[in-house]
Design a protein around this ligand. Structure first.
Ligand SMILES: Cc1cc2nc3c(=O)[nH]c(=O)nc-3n(C[C@H](O)[C@H](O)[C@H](O)COP(=O)(O)OP(=O)(O)OC[C@H]3O[C@@H](n4cnc5c(N)ncnc54)[C@H](O)[C@@H]3O)c2cc1C
Length: 338
């Protein structure tokens, strides 16, 4: 849902058709918009202002920007898009669907916001990211992005040498355990109802990873509200400072159903399917970032947005030329698409 108060200044929604509407103003969407705006394409980013990494204090593992708050990277990104004439509109897209083509046969889409406003686009880039779905353990969600982490590359260094627990959610947690073992010698694996075969138990034992099979009933905090451990179903409390969880990752598809984008079910969750450069099976619609690639970090998401932006510009250049030719054939040499 869109926040009640815009987290940043919003541009006006343009009248008439724009070359591209980018749905989602995270790293993927803003970099796609930057490429398009610098190619002198009219582009509007519509963004509901809740990026996936909002709880994190800083973005890590991103060259030159390591340690920068996520909000600062996005603030700079919006500024840069605007510098080249792109617009960034705060709002939530509740519907996007294809519309009647232009007079020269070029594609058109209608994108509608929650407040009822709408904009017409020649092409669409979907960059709405994903939602992390945590296991339902009381007290867990409150620490998400701080003492409850998912990504060794995002916050691993920051939790090095701490007593870490892996709260298993499925097979992905096994690989997770080896990665967090690289960061601490004090690692406990809570199977929490998931399978763990004998071979893996032997491999864990070889690396000094303790395994606890009793289910976790809640996360326990200390007097200051910091994560202090987990309570097991038998009442025992196991002291931990950090929990690593592999969440289910669900693409944010709400409001985009009308585009008819195919989805794919991965072991980690559901995403929009995509091909090279973020192309999809739906003509005129591209996808980029976590909405199609759940493991993409900020750098990879930005790169995917840029590649999609480049491809959109290329396709528009062909469409512009087709329209010009058609215009000449019909005796109207401007060949301008409206
Ligand atoms: C706690 C945490 C910490 C992380 N730390 C790091 C890190 O240190 N380094 C790193 O590289 N990566 C990190 N990541 C991963 C990072 O969050 C993602 O790689 C990145 O956010 C993906 O960018 P994106 O543009 O695809 O999606 P997002 O950043 O999630 O942006 C999507 C945008 O689309 C908007 N949106 C969604 N639906 C709609 C709609 N219907 N209408 C309009 N707008 C919509 C959202 O509000 C959001 O602003 C972290 C993730 C988490 C959860």
């Amino acid at each position: 849902m869109a926040a009640a108060t815009p987290p940043y200044a919003s541009d006006a929604l343009p009248e008439g058709a724009v070359d591209a509407v980018v749905i989602g103003g995270g790293a993927a969407g803003l970099n796609g918009a930057l490429i398009l705006a610098r190619s002198r394409r009219s582009v509007v980013v519509i963004d509901s202002g809740s990026p996936r990494n909002a709880p994190a204090e800083a973005v890590h593992g991103l060259i030159a920007l390591d340690g920068t708050p996520p909000s600062e990277i996005l603030r700079r990104g919006r500024e840069q898009v605007r510098q080249y004439g792109g617009r960034v509109v705060f709002g939530e897209v509740v519907s996007a669907e294809s519309a009647a083509p232009s007079a020269d046969g070029d594609l058109r889409f209608t994108v509608t916001l929650a407040d009822g406003r709408s904009v017409t686009a020649r092409r669409i880039l979907v960059a709405t990211g994903l939602k992390d779905v945590l296991p339902e353990v009381p007290g867990l969600a409150e620490h998400w992005g701080h003492s409850v982490v998912h990504c060794p590359y995002c916050h691993g260094w920051e939790v090095r040498d701490e007593p870490i627990g892996i709260l298993a959610t499925g097979p992905a947690s096994i690989g997770h355990a080896y990665l967090f073992r690289q960061l601490t010698e004090d690692l406990t694996y809570f199977t929490h109802g998931t399978d763990l075969d004998e071979d893996t138990r032997a491999r864990f034992a070889a690396r000094g990873i303790r395994v606890i099979d009793t289910p976790v009933s809640e996360v326990v905090d200390d007097a200051d509200g910091a994560l202090a451990g987990v309570r097991l179903a038998d009442g025992q409390v196991v002291a931990r400072r950090v929990l690593a969880v592999a969440p289910q990752m669900q693409a944010r598809t709400h409001g985009l159903e009308g585009l008819g984008l195919p989805v794919q079910d991965l072991p980690t969750g559901r995403t929009f399917a995509s091909g090279i450069d973020g192309t999809t099976e739906v003509p005129g619609v591209w996808v980029a970032g976590n909405v199609t690639d759940p493991v993409a970090q900020v750098g990879a998401s930005a790169a995917a947005g840029a590649l999609a932006g480049i491809d959109i510009n290329k396709v528009l250049a062909v469409a512009d030329t087709d329209a010009a030719l058609q215009g000449i054939a019909e005796g109207s040499p401007q060949g301008v698409t409206e």
